[in-house]
Ligand binder design. Structure first.
Ligand code: ZN
Length: 292
């Protein structure tokens, strides 16, 4: 199945729902960063959260999630736009922690204690940033806590990544249900009761359920209308030209030093793992550009 996200609105606009299937893009992130299972799960959940939260943005607006835990994974950084593009990395992709039980990776332990912050660049002068303490490091609970405490939106969040014994990603996806302003108090309790009966999203994706089917399963008898469907991808906007600009910004002396000590430069994009090579001739040209 292709990765995509759906947005849906509940009866009388009392709540909205976002569901995404992200198996392919989480696998792409795993391949690019060579993540081990617990890192694939932590990064995959955060990438999925980025897309689900990003679904509220306009096309070019950017949202960045930073999870700064003191666990062995180090920081996780994900950025998404409103068009279904997401990219991200984990500081230490090759980490192993004991599983909680067979099939249940110890994501919370691998992330540790710390903070989760979300910044939104909406093209205004100052980006909005909100930050909360990590509740469990399991990402889903932390995102729900962030939405309630920083954005005052009562939400239910479920994120899941199922990793195969060969380390590939077998299924990934997520769901966010948000209460709209003015909804009755008991609505959240009703939504939470529905969700308690729902199997983990990753199991549903593994069974081949589509985002639309997951919306229906999650909400039981509550009426809900799908309003749109957006394809989602791992996509990093880095290019050789952008990396050239970064090298130029290092300044003449720094670039000269690189040139003299190694004769060439290899720059790796943090976000996507893409390698950019600059040979001696290209470095000469960049030095020339700086002089001009
Ligand atoms: Zn990149």
């Amino acid at each position: 199945m292709q990765d995509y996200l759906v947005r849906a609105i509940g009866e009388k606009e009392r709540f909205r729902v976002f569901v995404a299937v992200t198996t392919n893009l989480v696998n792409e992130a795993r391949r690019r960063h060579d993540t081990w299972p617990v890192a694939s799960a932590a990064l995959g959940r955060t990438l999925t959260a980025g897309l689900l939260l990003g679904a509220n943005l306009k096309g070019d607006d950017l949202l960045t999630i930073r999870v700064n835990g003191d666990g062995p994974l180090g920081a996780l950084v994900v950025s998404a736009n409103g068009r279904g593009d997401v990219r991200g990395y984990v500081q230490n992709p090759q980490v192993h922690v004991p599983s909680i039980r067979p099939g249940k990776l110890g994501v919370g332990q691998a992330v540790g204690k710390g903070t989760l912050s979300v910044s939104k660049d909406l093209g205004l002068r100052d980006p909005f940033t909100g930050s909360v303490e990590l509740i469990s490091g399991e990402i889903g609970e932390d995102i729900a806590y962030y939405l309630l405490n920083s954005e005052q939106i009562p939400s239910a969040v479920s994120l899941g990544v199922l990793v195969e014994t060969d380390n590939s990603v077998r299924a990934a996806g997520g769901l966010i249900i948000q209460l709209m302003p003015g909804a009755e108090e008991n609505m959240m309790a009703e939504l939470e009761t529905c969700l308690k009966k729902l199997p983990p999203v990753s199991s549903l994706v593994d069974e081949g359920k589509s985002p639309e089917e997951i919306v229906k399963l999650a909400l039981g008898n509550l009426e809900v209308n799908i309003i749109d469907k957006i394809p989602v991808h791992f996509n990093c906007p880095c290019t050789k030209e952008r990396i050239e600009r970064i090298l130029i910004s290092l300044g003449e002396q720094e670039l000269k030093d690189i040139h003299e000590t190694s004769g060439q430069a290899e720059v790796i994009c943090h976000f996507c793992g893409e390698k950019y090579n600059f040979d001696g001739e290209e470095l000469d040209k960049l030095l020339q550009d700086i002089k001009e």
